[in-house]
Design a binder for this molecule. Structure first.
Ligand code: IPE
Ligand code: IPE
Ligand code: MG
Length: 249
């Protein structure tokens, strides 16, 4: 089993992205293809979260941001929302975070979460606060438009209070009101499940991220697939508006 985990892809260990964001998509289709209920796909998806968290640790990734539930996902059938909430509740095991020295952070509109889920996740955030390994950021009831609207409101309040003038509002002011404050932008964004869209995820933060899309459903995504995505990232030239010649200098 261990051998299966070894990357068949050789990576430049000096150029591992410090922050990888993932849109974990395809759980429902994975289940449907097997004649199973959608919730079985979500259940299997939790195993992938664990495996990819371990891969990220092994590879030396510092921040892993996982899209677990979007603002739009509240529109799913109540039974599926309930199944997802209960899965979140049972899968966030403190022991695993402690064993792996993983620090948990939650981004999203937690006020909308059922009380027991909200309490449990916030408690785990607090308990893992001293961990110094990987920071795992779970996007829960998250969307970029929600986040940016929150930031706009907060800045408007500062303006109204006379703390800042509209002319002085900078990109840094917006950044300090995002849920990801203090976290570097993801160098790489991965989406599994075949869709080629961002679904309201980290739109500000991924302004210059490299994007990687794979048809593999999230429950099937493994260490090798993860390495493959990083390998693709390593082959890209990040120009940030400059010319290739400038970058080479
Ligand atoms: C992603 O899988 C998990 C969540 C959005 C919670 P989906 O449930 O979207 O799976 P598909 O896209 O229907 O296959
Ligand atoms: C995006 O997946 C949200 C998560 C992975 C949690 P969806 O499956 O909800 O995305 P759309 O609605 O098909 O774009
Ligand atoms: Mg989907």
């Amino acid at each position: 089993m261990q051998q299966q985990n070894e990357p068949s892809i050789s990576l430049d260990t000096t150029r591992i992205p410090q922050h990888i964001a993932i849109i974990m998509d395809g759980n429902g289709r994975w289940a449907k293809a097997r004649g199973l209920a959608r919730s079985a796909g979500h259940q299997k998806g939790v195993d992938t979260v664990r495996a990819i968290t371990e891969s990220a640790i092994k590879l030396g990734v510092k921040y892993l941001t996982l899209y677990a539930f979007s603002t739009e996902n509240w529109k799913r059938p109540a039974s599926e929302v309930a199944a997802l909430m209960s899965l979140i509740l049972t899968s966030l095991e403190e022991e695993l975070f402690m064993k792996n020295n993983v620090r948990l952070r939650i981004i999203g509109d937690v006020e909308r979460l059922p009380e027991d889920v909200r309490q449990a996740v916030l408690q785990l955030v607090e308990r893992t606060n001293g961990n110094t390994g990987l920071t795992e950021i779970i996007a829960l009831s998250y969307s970029s438009k929600w986040e940016l609207t929150q930031a706009a409101k907060a800045i408007a309040r500062e303006v109204a209070a006379g703390e800042i003038s509209p002319e002085d509002i900078s990109e840094d002011d917006i950044e300090r009101h995002l849920t990801t404050v203090g976290i570097p932008a993801p160098e790489l964004l991965i989406r599994t499940g075949g869709e080629v869209r961002l679904s309201n995820y980290l739109l500000w933060q991924c302004a210059y991220s490299e994007l990687y899309f794979t048809d593999t459903y999230w429950p099937d995504f493994n260490h090798n697939d993860f390495c493959q995505a990083i390998s693709h990232y390593q082959q890209r030239e990040r120009r940030f508006g400059k010319t290739s010649e400038q970058v080479a200098q």
